[in-house]
Write a protein that binds this ligand. Sequence first.
Ligand code: C2E
Ligand code: MG
Ligand code: MG
Length: 288
Amino acid sequence: MYRAKKLGRNNTQFYEPAMNEEARERLRIEGALRSALERQEFVLHYQPQVDLRSGRVVGMEALLRWQHPELGMVAPHRFIGLAEETGLIVEIGAWVLRTACAQARGWIDDGHGQLRIAVNLSPRQFGEPQLLSAIAEVLRDTGLPPSCLDIELTEGLFMHDVAQAVELLHKLKALGLALSIDDFGTGYSSFSYLRHFPIDVLKIDRSFVSDIGEDGEAAIVVSIIALAHNLKLRVIAEGVETAGQLDYLRRHGCDEIQGYYFSPPLPAADFEQLLRQGRDLRTSLAQA
Ligand code: C2E
Ligand code: MG
Ligand code: MG
């Protein structure tokens, strides 16, 4: 049944022994996931977002990591889907938001400037009636300026009830935070929502950024940058891995980058060190 549902419902799937293995793995992870929060097995890593004009770190994306005593470091793609299906993502997401905002406030207090923290929001969280008050409460409790919080959404969120989504997004914006569309171009890209939704940032998915080759054109990247700027949105390229990609993005007017070229996601202590050293694009170019 789960397999049929996973493959888009309304179809028939036959049992195979390998599914038992899959189901067992699922159960194991699900069980472990239930106690992970309590056992404090989650940590956040932070990936710098760098402004291409100044070369400076202007913000960071909080990325969830699960350190399980036996399974080791479990990557998000192995458990976020399951957390979403079971509803556990609501509680986990609340922890992520609070931890990330508190951390950002700490770094701002330490004099590292008005850093922006980006937090991923899952579809299930988006559907929670408490979402708005929960975010407002975290902002109040942590004292993070709302303009320093950036909520990342995916296009899939808007598919079901557009009118309701527009209303909720406006309420979120009224709190003073910024809204980004993550993995832009990979989902259900409808241009009409871009017109109606109060969005601030498009994040170009890394699959398009990786199209930027040695001397080739990356038509989709260039088009997304133009689209964003025509709509008065900022644009961030994800998954920037090479100097060539960076140069191309800069020449085409991209605003910010995020990717292994500058830095992978880092544990808080390492991110803090990067801030203290004042690392920017120029210093990392000098190192390369
Ligand atoms: P995302 O939000 O699109 O995050 C970007 C992913 O790209 C991260 O994977 C990051 O480590 C990876 N990445 C960054 N730079 C590069 C690069 O230069 N090259 C390559 N190949 N990859 C790069 P990660 O951390 O494994 O996260 C995967 C996804 O899991 C995220 O995609 C996001 O959708 C989800 N996720 C992570 N943390 C959270 C969370 O706290 N809540 C929710 N709802 N989802 C989360
Ligand atoms: Mg993201
Ligand atoms: Mg992304």
